[in-house]
Ligand binder design. Sequence first.
Ligand code: DAH
Length: 342
Amino acid sequence: MKEEIAKIESEAKEALEKVDSTQALNDIKIKYLGKKSELSNLLKEMGKLPKEERPVIGSLVNEVRKKIEEAILEKEKFFAKKDLEEKLEKERIDITLPSTKIKRGSKHPVNRVIEEIEDLFVSMGYTVETGPELETDKFCFELLNLPQGHPARDMQDSFYITDEYLLRTQTSAVQARTMLANEEKSPIRMICPGKTYRREDDATHSHQFTQAEGLVIDKNISLADLKGTLEIFAKKIIGENTKIRFRPSYFPFTEPSYEVDISCFKCGGKGCNICKQTGWIEVLGSGMVHPNVLRMCGYDPDKYSGFAFGLGLERIAMFKYGIPDMRYLYANDVRFLSQFER
Ligand code: DAH
């Protein structure tokens, strides 16, 4: 038996000297140390030996086993190091290589205007409200003093989805929503920028455009408050020297109603091609909230009054950034958009 053990030892030694891969090393490990290895078998057969030989052979087997184990461990360490080195070499990255340029987007001019208007009005204590683009006839028209069949409905060509639902033609719908949602019927100061839709499509109109609505409801609100507010709006958003002018107009939801012009940002009022030689540019509709609207939305017109205004934001963006054609705002041409880098 001693010879057998010595043979196993020398075979294992030889195999370990030649081993050249982790896989082969594993095979050796199984072959010489596994449950079915020759050494294990020898231990199982010890019972057949004379009693006095058993401890001698037993300790010899264990000694050899230990030697093989140690030799294998040694090799394992060697291969682990080698594998790691190979991997590091193969996966080496050149950190001096320039990285691929990631294109940064820029803020769309209309979004810039929205953010500026929000900042301005929030600084004056207004909240920013939202409402659905798919709106009901009730909020878009009826509660705004435009009952079914009212001739002023023709002022806005609408996209009706069903008899009841349409794509909102004006953010004014959010006025009614905000007033109705306010259960305490407390004062309101809100603006609502958002998308609006009309059946129009020509050089100066798009079927989808952006409006911002403003609404203030409180006790003793007068036209002077509207004027003061719009003056601040014009100076802060268009330019410090901007003047405003009120022209009587008609909107079903306000009485009296006004169209508001700003002095031409280009010629300052002298007259040029932008303002069609008039010195003035029309920018928004406004007025004092009609008592019918207040009443329908739960406010007592004898106690409360308010003003409202609504403006198209594409036009404001065009003035501010000197954009000559509204269609640029919708084409999403990166050559155009990239001019508005952050
Ligand atoms: N909603 C109107 C439009 O789309 C604009 C407007 C006019 C809004 C007067 C108002 C207002 O709040 O008081 O043409």
